[in-house]
Design a binder for this molecule. Structure first.
Ligand code: NAD
Length: 484
């Protein structure tokens, strides 16, 4: 038995399910390169079983009192928290992220989504519209069977960020994790059953993009929520359009982080490091274009290099480790290629740029300075621990340069002048902006992208809009006024 082998590849209709006719694929522990589980891609039969069971469960679930639905989600949140260590260790095996992170931000963030949406489930109401003696009312009705497709950087969180609002609104969910990190979502499915959800309400099916595509175009599916890259987003959005399906797209970014010369220097360095090195840089909202005002550039870079040097890479299961490997060998190669391009383009590599002598897919945290706006490393999403530092002189210039990108996921500003902070944020094209911090995404706050970074919002009450539709009911109180 391999180290993290699940009972079966899929979780359908309330139980583990396998179909060995599906192509086999390995789950690899990124810190060692060891194969820790082997799974099978979902066959058409598995996909059909998932859609059928979800369809049946959704009809039942939509008839539950909202407070009872909410109770199931809140119970699931409690179970996750009571098993946090075990789930965090699995998250670490799945992704390679250090326990120092996964113990605090993965299962816990998934649990918070379940708690939040469980709590607001009974408040998802329509309105009454007076029309003289007649009136109308609206209902917020579920969409039906929703498909969630995940990326590999936050497998538990993504499974919950999509599942919790979908279920709170009375939908069912079929979740396809990234093929790189197939393990964690199965635990979420298991826990939903333990919490009292009907069989089939939350299913997990495994596979590559083809399985995702088959789900997106299935006639029984009403909505798709994807977390992934822009090229995949384009394909999934187009496929969903064929059936006029509702979509949420959480895609990539190349977000600006602007540091003015009146900022608290230590905080600004902390923000830049968190926004580039957390999760080994594999965070969609990372502030990978760090614009530093000319007067403080030298001090900023000196502190940044000093603190980056002290980052402890190593065994992710050691709680003292601060940075783990990339999630896959393919991703490490992609990041290394970008580092080479940065050097060829003439950016100065201040620290890192190489790989440590360790097994696994490690890469040293890397800082480039003298980066210019036209360089590839300043334009394309790298999705690794590679920071690009750019210099700027004044506010107007930096706002224009910050917005000169096809992406619009996030942005950050560090300054002690709060008027300026709000003025600058007001002009930045981004779904989420941070003032004097970076990358915090609590469930109470809407999260999502503008421009090429996405469509729709996750978290907060805003997510309800994307998992329900409005039904209007006109009620006549008198005789029908007819000209015929
Ligand atoms: P990816 O686009 O390669 O894959 C994402 C998912 O889509 C995977 O599960 C994959 O199997 C599936 N997929 C691929 N082709 C498909 C198709 N044709 N139809 C249906 N599904 C298909 O992304 P990734 O490499 O796993 O993740 C990294 C990307 O995700 C980065 O661009 C990152 O910025 C983005 N991301 C965004 C957010 C956000 O909230 N905005 C969060 C995390 C990651």
């Amino acid at each position: 038995m391999m180290r993290a082998q699940p009972k079966a590849s899929h979780f359908v209709d309330g139980a583990y399910l396998d179909d060995t006719n599906g192509a086999a694929f390995d789950c690899v522990y990124p810190a060692t390169g060891e194969v820790i589980a082997q799974l099978h891609e979902a066959t058409p039969a598995v996909i059909e079983a998932a859609v059928m069971s979800a369809t049946r469960a959704q009809k039942d679930w939509a008839g539950w009192r909202p407070v009872e639905r909410g109770r199931v989600l809140r119970r699931a949140a409690d179970i996750i928290m009571s098993r946090n260590r075990e789930l965090s260790e699995l998250e670490t095996l799945d992704t390679g992220k250090p326990l120092q992170e996964t113990l605090y931000v993965d299962a816990t963030s998934g649990a918070e989504a379940l708690e939040f949406f469980g709590g607001i489930a009974p408040t998802i109401n329509g309105e009454m519209i007076p029309l003289g003696s007649d009136f109308a009312y609206t209902k917020r009705v579920p969409l039906g069977v929703c498909v969630g497709i995940g990326a590999w950087n936050y497998p538990t969180q993504i499974a919950c960020w999509k599942g919790a609002p979908a279920l709170a609104c009375g939908n069912a969910m079929i979740f396809k994790p990234s093929e790189t990190t197939p393990l964690c979502a199965l635990k979420v499915a298991e826990i939903m059953i333990e919490a009292g959800a009907p069989s089939g309400l939350y299913n997990v099916v495994q596979g590559m993009g083809g399985v995702g595509a088959a789900l997106v175009t299935h006639p029984g599916v009403a909505k798709v929520s994807l977390t992934g890259s822009v090229p995949t987003g384009r394909k999934v959005y187009a496929a969903a359009a064929e059936g006029l399906r509702n979509v949420t797209m959480e895609l990539g970014g190349k977000s600006p982080l602007i540091i003015f010369d009146d900022a608290d220097l230590e905080d600004a360095v902390s923000g830049a490091m968190l926004g580039n090195f957390y999760s080994t840089g594999q965070v969609c909202s990372n502030g990978t274009r760090v614009f530093v005002q000319k007067a403080i550039k030298t001090q900023f870079l000196a502190r940044l290099v000093e603190r980056t040097k002290a980052i402890k890479l190593g065994d992710p299961m050691d709680e003292a480790t601060q940075m783990g490997p990339m999630a896959s060998e393919a991703q490490r190669r992609k990041v290394q290629a970008y580092i080479s391009v940065g050097k060829t383009e003439g950016a100065q590599c201040l620290i890192g740029g190489d790989t440590p002598e360790m097994d696994g897919f490690y890469i040293n945290p890397t800082v480039f300075c003298d980066v210019t706006d036209d360089m590839v490393i300043a334009r394309e999403e790298i999705f690794g621990p590679v920071m690009a530092v750019l210099e700027f002189e004044n506010e107007e210039e930096v706002v224009t340069r910050a917005n000169a990108t096809e992406f619009g996921l996030s942005a950050g500003v560090f300054t002690s002048d709060l008027t300026r902070a709000h003025r600058v944020v007001d002009q930045l094209d981004a779904g989420t902006c941070w003032i004097n911090t970076y990358n915090l995404a609590p469930v109470e706050v809407p999260f999502g992208g503008s421009k090429m970074s996405g469509v729709g919002r996750e978290n907060s009450r805003a997510a309800i809009e994307h998992y329900t539709e409005i039904k209007s009911v006109y009620v006549a109180m008198g005789a029908v006024d007819s000209p015929y």
